[in-house]
Design a protein around this ligand. Structure first.
Ligand code: SER
Length: 308
C-alpha cells in the first residue's frame, strides 16, 4: 500500500508510521516540522498551504491518506482562527486533492470534543445533541459533516473515529485537554509530583495508543459496505479521572502526589463525555478495546524508562 500521512510527528502520527512500516507500506510521512525517521521518506508540509498539499498528493499518488495534522483543543483556544484553518479548511482542501489524486481511502480523526455541555455524558450515544463550546470541537463537528458530505456527494471513501484522550509512553502531547494523563506519568517518574490543570474528579474517556492505532487500521481495512457511519464512530476504551490515575500511579510510586489547579481546560473537559456507547463501531467493524486502566499502567511502566 502506498500511503501519505500528515501530522506524522504528532502523538498518533509517530506510532502510526511505525505500524504502517511494519505492514510493509510505502510511506510518505509529512509534518510541519522536519521529521527524522530512518528508512522512511519524509517531507515538510504545512497543510494550510493548499497548493503544496495538492502537489504532494499529485506527486506521491497514495492509495490511502491519514490526515492527522491538527491543533489540539487547548492550543486552539489561543489561536482560534489559525486552528480553524488547520482543522477545518485544510481538511476540505485535502479531501478535494484526494479526489483529484484518485486516493482510495482517507482516515481523518474526529474527537470527543465534538460533543458539548448538553450532550449526555454517560454512555454518550452515537447520535445525540452536539453543541461543542471549543473551536477545536466546532471544527471537528463541522469536519464530521464535511466527511459525510464528501462521501455522499463526491464518492470519497472517508473514515473517522471520535477519539478520546490518547495515552502512550513515546510522546509528551502538547496543546490538548486530555494530555494530563501522559504528563502525570512523566512527572511521577521524574519529579514525584504533578500539577494538574483539571479538577480531581473529572472523568474522561481514554485509549491506550496501541488500541488507537489498531482502531485506525481495523477501520481502514473494513469493507466499505460494512460502514454505516461516514461522519465519525464513537469508540470506548476506558475512562478515568485525574484522581483515579493518581491513585493507580501511587500503587507503583507511593510518595507521588498531585496538586490540582484547574484552568480554562476544566470547562472543555466538563463538556465532553465520560463514557461512550460504541456499539455501532463494534457491530460495523468489530471494534474491541484491549487495554483497561490496569493494562495501560502496566504498559506505561514497562515502556516509560525508554523515554524518560
Ligand atoms: N485529546 C484531544 C485534546 O485534548 C481531544 O481530542 O485536545
Amino acid at each position: 500500500m502506498r500511503v501519505l500521512i500528515t501530522g506524522a510527528g504528532g502523538q498518533i502520527g509517530r506510532e502510526l508510521v511505525i505500524a504502517l512500516y511494519r505492514r510493509g507500506d510505502q510511506i510518505l510521512a509529512t509534518d510541519i516540522q522536519p521529521l527524522n525517521y530512518s528508512g522512511i521518506q519524509t517531507a515538510t508540509l504545512d497543510v494550510t498551504n493548499s497548493q503544496a498539499m495538492w502537489e504532494v498528493l499529485m506527486d506521491w499518488r497514495p492509495q490511502e491518506v491519514f490526515h492527522l495534522a491538527a491543533y489540539l483543543s487547548a492550543r486552539s483556544e489561543s489561536n482560534p482562527y489559525e486552528s480553524w484553518q488547520v482543522n477545518f479548511t485544510a481538511t476540505w482542501h485535502l479531501f478535494e486533492a484526494c479526489l483529484e489524486a484518485g486516493v482510495q481511502r482517507v482516515f481523518w480523526p474526529s474527537s470527543i470534543a465534538a460533543f458539548g455541555p448538553h450532550t449526555p455524558r454517560a454512555q454518550t450515544p452515537q447520535y445525540t445533541v452536539m453543541d461543542p463550546i471549543g473551536i477545536y470541537g466546532i471544527a471537528k463537528l463541522a469536519g464530521e459533516r464535511l466527511a459525510e458530505y464528501f462521501y455522499l456527494r463526491r464518492g470519497l471513501d472517508v473514515r473517522s473515529i471520535r477519539f478520546p484522550g490518547i495515552v502512550g509512553p513515546a510522546h509528551l502531547p502538547m496543546g490538548g485537554t486530555t494530555d494530563f494523563a501522559v504528563h502525570m506519568f512523566y512527572d511521577a517518574l521524574q519529579k514525584g509530583t504533578y500539577t494538574c490543570y483539571l479538577k480531581p474528579h473529572t472523568r474522561l474517556p481514554m485509549l491506550y495508543i496501541e488500541d488507537a492505532i489498531r482502531a485506525i487500521l481495523e477501520l481502514m481495512a473494513a469493507p466499505p459496505e460494512a460502514l454505516s457511519i461516514r461522519g465519525a464512530y464513537n469508540i470506548q476504551g476506558m475512562s478515568f479521572s485525574p484522581a483515579e490515575l493518581e491513585a493507580e500511579i501511587q500503587k507503583r510510586i507511593p510518595h507521588f502526589r498531585c496538586v490540582y489547579e484547574p484552568d480554562f481546560r476544566q470547562a472543555l473537559a466538563e463538556s465532553w463525555p465520560e463514557t461512550l456507547d460504541d456499539s455501532i463501531a463494534r457491530k460495523d467493524w468489530g471494534w474491541k478495546p484491549q487495554y483497561d486502566l490496569y493494562a495501560l499502567c502496566e504498559a506505561m511502566w514497562k515502556a516509560l524508562p525508554l523515554y524518560t
